[in-house]
Design a binder for this molecule. Sequence first.
Ligand SMILES: [Zn+2]
Length: 103
Amino acid sequence: MSKTYIKCPNCATENINNDYCSNCGTILNVVLKRKLAREKTMKTRIEKQSAEKPSKLGAFLKRGEEHSNILIRGFFKVSYAIWYFFAVILGGLIAAIIAAAAG
Ligand SMILES: [Zn+2]
């Protein structure tokens, strides 16, 4: 592998094959930087997702109800009703089972 000289955009230190600047610690590896950014975005998304229930699927189905095609709209309406039914019923069931198991 060839040596890669990367000039730190933060402090202008020359680094050789470094992912991080030896002087100030700035990320120099663009691929790594993107990867970290992506992981961060993913983490925030997951946190946001678990914070806001009912789920993404429910929101997706709800959005589909406003589709311009009546057949698709109908399909989404039924799907949403089914999803809602299961979310409520299963949610209640699971809560009941947990309660029964606990005490
Ligand atoms: Zn630096």
